[in-house]
Design a protein around this ligand. Structure first.
Ligand SMILES: [Zn+2]
Length: 253
């Protein structure tokens, strides 16, 4: 029923808008930004200070094309991460960031010929993704994924960084994890972890991989398909990026 959705959005807007936006506004030194009705409407995202506007954020929705990522009950990781990445892109653009995505449709990035075995194709896909931050001159690289394991027991968001990658990655992952915890339904994981991942190692800028929950957990599987929960996750990622950029610029990094 339409009115039920309306009430739900209004309630979530009230819950999330005030603390998150006040925080973002205070940190950003924003000009004449004032909270409006709905955090999920792009019109409500305030413009950033000049120091941050124009920075290039590269979002990497994981998998795509013949590689669906985690698949449970016909639901593909590649589909959900693309939806959430588009929401994040909208928030960032509205705030004044430049944003690129490694993919904007259901395809992988492999340059391998048609008919190449999937394993080889995936390796090539990862290589292309890994080279993209340097190629486009990204200031931040964020890879977006969703977890899944054999047990339905585990849930929660978790962010990863490469121990030998760009030094900013460790702090970026920590800030992202903290901001995701504010919007995630699960508080099980409270700190980022190291991950020996090619795309994080190659990036010459601060880089992190965010796993936004577990498709193998029935509650989280339902939530991850919910547009309102997707918007909350996008907001958590957005807040993490803004906070990290502001704190880094203040530290003179
Ligand atoms: Zn994945």
């Amino acid at each position: 029923m339409r009115w039920c959705w309306w009430l739900r959005w209004r309630r979530l807007g009230r819950l999330l808008w005030t603390p998150l936006v006040v925080c973002a506004v205070a940190l950003a030194g924003l000009e004449a930004a004032s909270p409006r009705e709905n955090i999920f409407g792009l019109a409500d995202v305030p413009a950033l200070s000049q120091a941050l506007a124009g920075k290039l954020i590269l979002i990497d929705p994981g998998h795509g094309g013949p590689d669906p990522g985690i698949t449970i009950n016909g639901l593909h990781e590649k589909t959900l991460v693309l939806q959430i990445s588009f929401r994040l892109k909208g928030l960032l653009q509205k705030a004044g960031f430049r944003v690129l995505m490694t993919r904007e449709s259901d395809k992988d990035l492999s340059e391998a010929e048609a008919g190449t075995k999937l394993g080889k194709r995936k390796n090539n896909d990862l290589q292309v993704r890994a080279e993209m931050p340097k190629k486009v001159g990204a200031d931040i690289f964020l890879s977006v994924h969703i977890n899944g394991i054999g047990s339905s027991r585990w849930d929660g968001t978790q962010v990863f960084f490469h121990p030998d990658g760009n030094p900013g990655g460790r702090v970026f992952a920590k800030v992202l994890q903290e901001e995701l915890l504010k919007v995630s339904h699960s508080k099980r994981l409270d700190r980022p972890a190291e991950l020996n991942q090619l795309i994080l190692h190659y990036a010459p800028c601060p880089a992190a991989t965010a796993e936004l929950g577990f498709l193998s957990n029935p509650t989280e599987r339902r939530l991850l398909q919910d547009p309102v929960y997707q918007a909350k996750l996008a907001w958590g990622l957005y807040s993490g990026i803004v906070r990290f950029m502001l704190e880094s610029s203040q530290d003179g990094k």
